[in-house]
Design a binder for this molecule. Structure first.
Ligand code: AMP
Length: 311
């Protein structure tokens, strides 16, 4: 089984209330965080573009995790760069700049060897490209999922709607679900998004956890892991998606038909991988995890969330 991800590889500049000045040009991007998180669950095939100013040493990060880079293009021009500044609560941030560089003219090419990937994640990127890749792959993948963000909801809303119509799962941050659906009610937003066709919607709520809505009317929620110290929440959403889809891909490998219980556990694995991403700047923590680290946090989740239903 393999997971295909198409998204951004960025050089981020991050400021947090405690970062002692900005961290400049550190590895980021939706595909980077997703690929590293998902690599703890299954093989990952990556499609992305980097500029010719991208430091080659950073690619080692992917190679060490055995992420397949056949689909990585290098284009002439500057790499995608994004700058963000976090507020004191770490749940809100300001985008300081978005310089698309070569990402602005990215034309994804899916290598033949990737076409059998059972799970596809259209990570945060131009919705027109998400739609194009979904059309190209057709109904072959067992699961197709996408994520998006305010930048694209503002600039490419109709294209995003078309992309949403073509996937099984939408993962989106709370404020973006509201922004897209034009309603303060998450439940109403979920209904509007699911009416477009996806069977599952995951709403990410930062340090407040995540919600799962299904077209069949199921609802589930998982808290966020209570970290002692958050250093940099960048990429938590993409890492969440890596844990969520990584676990589902792992379940598919066993030949299982996915049931609600799998999606519930996937939500917890998403929360776990998102929490690890927050423990250090860039992808540092996602490079150094062990299977035991993930299993230990999973056991903590079981303990923290269990309650006696007798009353
Ligand atoms: P998250 O914190 O999960 O929302 O993801 C943050 C990552 O998304 C950063 O590492 C950025 O490089 C990347 N990013 C920011 N803006 C965009 C965008 N418009 N398109 C694609 N990726 C982006």
């Amino acid at each position: 089984m393999a997971i295909l991800v198409i998204g951004s590889i960025g050089l981020d500049t991050i400021e947090t209330p405690f970062s002692d000045g900005p961290k400049v040009d550190i590895l980021g991007g939706s595909a980077s965080y997703f690929a590293l998180a998902a690599s703890y669950f299954d093989r990952v095939n990556l499609v992305a573009v980097i500029g010719d100013d991208f430091p080659p040493a950073l690619l080692e990060t992917f190679r060490v995790r055995q992420i397949d880079l056949t689909g990585l293009q290098t284009a002439t021009g500057k790499n995608f760069r994004w700058g963000g500044r976090y507020h004191l609560d770490f749940n809100t941030r300001d985008t300081l700049f978005t310089d698309l560089g070569v990402f602005g003219s990215f034309a994804p090419v899916i290598p033949d060897a990737y076409r059998s990937s059972e799970v596809v994640f259209l990570a945060n990127l131009q919705p027109g490209l998400q739609r194009q890749v979904a059309d190209e792959l057709g109904a072959a993948p067992r699961l197709r999922a996408l994520d998006s963000m305010n930048h694209w909801i503002d600039s490419a809303r109709d294209e995003l709607t078309e992309a949403i119509r073509r996937v099984d799962i939408v993962l989106i941050a709370e404020e973006e679900a509201r922004q897209y659906a034009g309603t303060p009610s998450l439940r109403a937003a979920a209904r509007r998004i699911l009416e477009l066709g996806p069977r599952t919607l995951v709403v990410k709520q930062g340090s407040y956890g995540a919600l799962l809505f299904t077209a069949a009317g199921d609802f589930f929620t998982a808290p966020a892991y209570p970290l002692e110290e958050v250093r940099d929440p960048t990429g938590a959403g993409d890492s969440f998606a890596g844990g969520f889809l990584g676990y589902l891909a792992q379940r598919l490998t066993t030949g299982a038909e996915l049931a609600l219980a799998d999606y519930r556990r996937a939500l917890v694995y998403g929360s776990i991988m998102g929490s690890f991403a927050c423990e250090d700047f860039s992808v540092a923590r996602l490079e150094s995890l062990t299977a035991d680290d993930i299993a230990a946090r999973y056991r903590e989740f079981v303990t923290y969330t269990h309650f006696d239903g007798n009353w």
